[in-house]
Design a protein around this ligand. Structure first.
Ligand code: MN
Length: 251
């Protein structure tokens, strides 16, 4: 397991606790929040690991790096063998539509797929402890079901809607494509910590609702959503209409 909210985040701690009752769970997570770090990796700087893997095996590592670093390091150095599955999350906040390009949660799962390990990204609209426990119990059952593992090169991006005693827990899961969650970007100019003016990004998500088969729409309707994401982002329809080789004209 890993995440982008940090090793102490309630989503990860809750899921690790519930899964750990029936599975062997290793947690390799960033030592601080790394949300919106995308697929960044640490190059030309050291990556700290606590506890020290050289001192003996552990089931819980805090890594001074990004979510993608965590997955690479876990598979390369920290785990005793290849895991059956990588779970990233439960993220505090949904990862819908365009979020998947910015999300450290999703990128950790992408890294797993790059390394040939099945991976699932998990994100929740609510951080209510009772909701996170419900999700953890659901995930525990779902990963044993017929949909896992995803096909090679594919990860599952799973999102959970907020719910409470009044609305009731989700009753259905929807297999959907990425929807149109965009952001209204707004930069505010304020004084930075060093006393000089700086810009702060205060973007608001902007969900373009109205399509039936998307993650944004299905989540808004109270479904648990699953989107299979292919790591090959080539747009084949365009490629199909282009010549395979083209001569470059000289000047
Ligand atoms: Mn996060």
């Amino acid at each position: 397991m890993t995440n982008d909210d940090g090793a102490d985040a309630l989503g990860l701690v809750t899921l690790a606790g519930v899964l750990g009752e029936v599975h062997e769970v290793f947690v390799v997570a960033p030592d601080r929040e790394q949300s919106a770090s995308g697929h960044a990796i640490s190059v030309r700087r050291p990556i700290s690991v606590e506890p020290d893997p050289e001192a003996g095996p552990s089931q819980h590592y805090r890594v001074g790096g990004t979510p993608a670093d965590c997955v690479k390091l876990a598979l390369e150095r920290l785990l005793p063998g290849r895991p059956d599955l990588i779970l990233s999350g439960i993220n505090h906040g949904t990862n819908l539509g365009r979020d998947v390009f910015y999300s450290g949660t999703v990128s950790a799962a992408v890294e797993g797929v790059f390394q040939g390990v099945p991976a699932v990204a998990l994100s929740s609209e609510s951080t209510d402890p009772a909701v996170l426990r419900w999700i953890a119990r659901f995930v525990c059952r779902w990963i044993e079901g017929p949909h896992l593992p995803p096909p090679p090169g594919v990860l599952y991006n799973v999102n959970f809607p907020a719910f409470n005693g009044r609305t009731g827990e989700p009753r259905q899961l929807a297999w959907v494509r990425l929807g149109r969650r965009e952001y209204r970007n707004r930069f505010e100019r304020r004084m930075g910590p060093d006393g000089r003016p700086a810009y702060w990004l205060l973007g608001q998500p902007w969900d373009r609702l109205g399509e039936v088969d998307t993650d944004v729409d299905a989540l808004a309707q109270g479904f648990v959503t699953v989107t299979p994401i292919h790591t090959d982002i080539t747009h084949y329809p365009v490629l199909a209409h282009k010549p395979e080789r083209e001569t470059i004209a000289g000047e």
